[in-house]
Design a protein around this ligand. Structure first.
Ligand code: COI
Length: 358
């Protein structure tokens, strides 16, 4: 541990208000938060403080012009009490790609990893152990300049907080394939994990939810012809012989869960094709009986089935078989994270007490 973190711990933990058997996603936050500031061209002021509000000015640049990016990741605790993270350096790499696209400063591995590890170990009692639950970690960065003009900020704050979670979706999803609105377009910021992408998706999602759907399944911004992602997750389409997922481009997010699933499926001898998948193809696979399963993948969403998709007012039920591929893959990822099976890809990062000095 070489990052000098000033640590100010809570006088009294709020852990007694946390019921691991009744977790509501995203409402209760662990005792502490990590923060640091970027000014004069460098990151400084590394701190762990009690979780709480931070003072900001009404002129805060992030509020007006949206230089704000984030990551989603999880810490797990297995039955032996061992704490793990899953592919944390891939989150850092994506965060730095987002930072680059949004003219924000990059983070070093030392700051990201040591901030994460310190926070997770200080709040390790907040990591739920029930199957399907975890301590969700939210690293995020935003522009701190107090300035009215439009230009990249010169000062930033990077923070991490934790939130014990269980499933984001509790039931298989009903999705509406989008025909009119666009989440992101070619040359835009769809591949960056920036706050604005989520703001852009809210209105069409609200319309879809009013009509009884859980999510919008986004299509390309130009012709609304090719499938992209749902806005909280990537998608997979399982046919009798092959599994398809939309190929990455600059309008969809390169999910780390997506990448893990592709690699695991291929290692299990399955054919996975990343390509442009058209709505027409999906409907044809459904009509011919080729389509056996559809699911979404994401850190929050984990692996959740799609039970129905709708396009041009027509609903298509996805007939799941008994042996769901999504269930198989989820079992394997969980077992790997819990250190019950070998981690053949080197994805699981164990955090030991000795690494964290507070
Ligand atoms: C995640 O899966 O971690 C995300 O960032 C998606 C968010 C909508 C919860």
């Amino acid at each position: 541990m070489s990052l000098k973190i000033t640590t100010n711990l809570v006088e009294e933990s709020r852990i007694s208000s946390f019921d691991p058997d009744n977790i509501v996603f995203g409402q209760l936050f662990s005792d502490h938060m990590f923060s640091c500031d970027y000014a004069n061209g460098q990151w400084q002021n590394f701190r762990i403080d009690p979780f709480g509000k931070i003072p900001i000015s009404p002129t805060l640049s992030a509020l007006h012009y949206g230089q704000s990016i984030f990551e989603g990741m999880k810490a797990f605790k297995n039955t032996d009490g061992i704490v793990t993270l899953f592919r944390p350096l891939d989150n850092l790499a994506r965060m730095n790609r987002s930072a680059d696209r949004m003219c924000m400063p990059e983070l070093t591995e030392e700051i990201f990893m040591e901030g994460l590890k310190a926070l997770v170990m200080i709040d390790k009692d907040w990591i739920p152990t029930k199957l399907g639950s975890a301590l969700y970690l939210r690293p995020f960065m935003f522009a701190m300049d107090d300035y009215l003009g439009v230009k990249p900020s010169e000062t930033y704050k990077f923070m991490i907080y934790g939130c014990p979670v269980s499933a984001y979706y509790s039931n298989p999803l009903k999705v509406r394939i989008e025909e009119k609105y666009t989440r992101a377009s070619k040359g835009g910021v769809g591949a960056a994990k920036c706050a604005g992408n989520y703001a852009a998706s809210m209105y069409p999602t609200r319309l879809a939810q009013k009509d009884g759907f859980d999510q919008v399944l986004w299509t390309d911004g130009e012709h609304h012809q090719y499938l992209e992602e749902t806005g909280t997750s990537n998608i997979f389409i399982v046919t009798k012989n092959t599994i398809y997922t939309p190929e990455l481009n600059d309008s969809l997010l390169a999910g780390i869960t997506r990448d893990s699933i592709i690699k695991l499926l291929r290692a299990n001898g399955k054919e996975v094709i990343e390509k442009k998948v058209s709505v027409e193809e999906l409907i044809n696979w459904h009509k011919s009986g080729e389509l056996t399963e559809m699911f979404v993948s994401g850190t929050a969403a984990t692996v959740t089935n799609i039970q129905l998709f709708s396009y041009m007012g027509m609903s298509y039920q996805v007939n799941h078989t008994e042996n769901l591929l999504s269930a198989e893959i989820l079992r394997e990822v969980r077992a790997m994270r819990a250190l019950q099976i070998p981690d053949k890809f080197g994805w699981v990062s164990v955090i030991s007490e000795s690494e964290v000095s507070i």
